[in-house]
Ligand binder design. Structure first.
Ligand code: FES
Ligand code: MG
Length: 579
């Protein structure tokens, strides 16, 4: 990797020098305590201290290999003359953490920021990949602004069941619907239970995890090609070691995250996510991440870019293949090599002076998986931003994952006030739900959910499933798993819990979705809506104390990224006094 020509930092200019290298009592104490840790002076004094932030946990199958990977990062750091120190940070497991890890994304972002600031850290390596981990780690790191490399956890191996290849998540939804429709039984389900997720690593479809790790690589904060390497491939170890080697060099050059995470980088990440047909969650996370970099990214940036960027990746849930196929087809470098007219090629990455240099020699080896520009999977990016009297501050739909007949549709609303009520009643034939109905879920947003759970793919009622109906228009202020699919309008802002118009819809109101016109509307006149608003009262607070109460007080809406107000606002934080 070639390095920009910059003045190299002297050891006494390192941030950690304040802890270890000065004359006073504190510095003596820090050295004594490092002896206690078992290190010789020559092993660490004057060397860049690299914090390895590890989201490994026994309960997180997507990160369960990261304890080993941290060893590979350390190997790289030692080889480059740095001093690696591993820090366990909280783990956000999409599968296990309730009500949703989204409630805790900002907590991990805070932990990342404060940990890097309060310890003698010169450079940072971030290990994570399961859904919210990537944005959380990068939001915190962007704020503290040290030289940083992100190590994506890597996708798990493809799932298998009998002679079928399975996508984690995507095929879970599909076969669960088959079970509900009576097409498979307990025996098949227990086989599926063993075959859906076969190895450590994050979901191997183009779900939220793969979308966000690809965005991280497109932003330029990983070593090239990092994001698609299967978690259990030996190449993943080598990538981790390369990241450790690289971060020490970044410290010596004082190349901070703020030089990488520019407006141009975020624009390229948006284009990448859209061309991948990536998860709708990326909209919220990239807006929040950009905010931490002082870059104002909006829903309109996504919609505008989507109209010019074709979908080139034939990956599930929108397409056919899985991340391992994508990796061997050329991975993200190959993919980006087909978007060079759209990308900002002169911006720096952690590995190269320019993105152009980074993509030099990259190519595609399978044009079924990564399509040619003149043979796209879809002419337009996969995500559309909707407006109308139901969503004055916007809503999103991943229209490439929906049945085309539903993309222009008017139907009567069937309203559920919360998720539990919906679960308890959705199969009740008395509700009169038909395939033309529009299913409406409210109180599932950032504050009402709380945490904006992935409830947005509302289940199709069983009597319709049995008749073969597999998609309907569904609208909510929730999010949807990146591995989900269907005509699901998500992220309605403002959410119903704070009195957004979604709170005013009633059973039977005609609701119109028109994706081409970017409209989501209820056909109810303004006077009637005003009358309903006067009758509306806010639901009770979700929390009385604790982190939830802080969350409740500080959370912003989906269109601005769901960051905390006190974290998103500009302003300096002083360096701690280490003397
Ligand atoms: Fe971790 Fe899907 S559950 S990425
Ligand atoms: Mg997910």
């Amino acid at each position: 990797m070639s390095a920009p020509e910059r003045r190299r930092k002297r050891p006494e200019e390192l941030r950690s020098h304040q802890w270890y290298g000065t004359e006073g009592l504190r510095s003596f104490s820090h050295r004594a305590r490092t002896r206690q840790l078992g290190y010789l002076p020559e092993e660490h004094l004057g060397k860049p201290v690299i914090a390895i932030l590890n989201t490994w946990s026994d309960i997180n199958p997507c990160h369960v290999h990261l304890r080993d990977r941290a060893q590979a990062v350390k190997r790289g750091v030692w080889q480059a003359g740095g001093f690696p120190l591993e820090f366990p940070v909280s783990t956000l497991s999409e599968t296990f953490q309730k009500p949703t890890p989204m409630l805790y994304r900002n907590l991990l972002a805070m932990e990342t920021e404060e940990l890097c600031r309060s310890y003698p850290v010169d450079g940072v390596v971030l290990l994570g990949g399961c859904d919210k981990s990537t944005p959380a780690l990068l939001m915190g790191a962007a704020t503290v602004d040290l030289p940083t490399v992100f190590v994506p956890a890597g996708p798990m191996l493809p799932g298998h069941w009998r002679d079928e290849v399975l996508g984690s998540g995507t095929d879970m939804w599909k076969y669960w619907d088959d079970k509900r429709a009576g097409l498979i039984g307990e025996c098949e389900l227990s086989e599926l239970e063993r075959g859906l997720a076969r190895s450590p690593g994050h979901c191997m479809t183009m779900g939220t995890a793969s979308t966000l790790t690809a965005a991280a690589e497109a932003l330029g904060v990983t070593v090239p090609g990092a994001s698609s390497i299967p978690a259990v491939d030996s190449g993943h170890d080598r990538m981790a070691a390369a990241s450790g080697l690289r971060v020490v060099e970044l410290v010596r050059q004082d190349l901070r995250l703020s030089e990488i995470l520019t407006r141009e980088a975020y624009e390229d990440a948006v284009a990448t996510v859209l061309a991948l047909g990536g998860s709708t969650n990326a909209v919220i996370h990239l807006i929040a991440m950009a905010g931490r970099s002082g870059v104002r990214l909006t829903l309109d940036d996504f919609d505008r870019t989507a109209r010019t960027v074709p979908v080139l990746a034939d990956l599930r849930p929108g397409g056919r293949y899985l991340m391992e196929d994508f990796h061997f087809a050329g991975g993200l470098p190959g993919f980006l090599s087909r978007l060079t007219d759209i990308l900002h090629l002169d911006r720096p990455t952690v590995a190269h002076r320019t993105l152009r240099e980074q993509l030099d020699g990259a190519g595609v080896h399978n044009s079924e998986v990564i399509r040619e520009r003149d043979n796209p999977l879809a002419e337009e990016g996969g995500v559309a931003v909707l407006r109308g009297n139901l969503c004055p501050d916007g809503a999103v739909i991943k229209h490439i994952a929906a049945e085309p007949r539903l993309l222009k549709h008017t139907g009567p609303a069937v309203v559920f006030d919360d998720y539990k009520t919906m679960q308890a009643t959705i199969n009740d034939p008395g509700l009169g739900i038909t395939e033309d109905s529009v299913l409406v879920l409210r109180n599932a947003g950032p504050l009402g959910g709380p945490g904006m759970p992935e409830y947005g793919m509302l289940p199709i009622p069983e009597h319709l499933l049995k008749r073969g109906v597999r998609d309907m228009v569904r609208i909510s202020d929730a999010r949807m798993s990146g591995t989900s699919y269907g005509a699901c309008v998500l992220h309605i802002a403002p959410e119903s819990y704070v009195g957004g118009p979604l709170a005013l819809v009633r059973d039977g109101d005609p609701v119109t979705l028109d994706v081409a016109a970017r409209v989501l509307r209820m056909e109810v006149d303004d006077a009637e809506l005003e009358r309903r608003r006067a009758l509306w009262s806010a639901p009770p607070p979700r929390y009385e104390r604790g982190y939830g109460a802080l969350y409740q007080e500080q959370m912003t809406q989906a269109d601005t990224g769901c960051d905390f107000r006190f974290l998103a606002r500009p302003g300096a934080v002083p360096e701690p006094y280490a003397g």
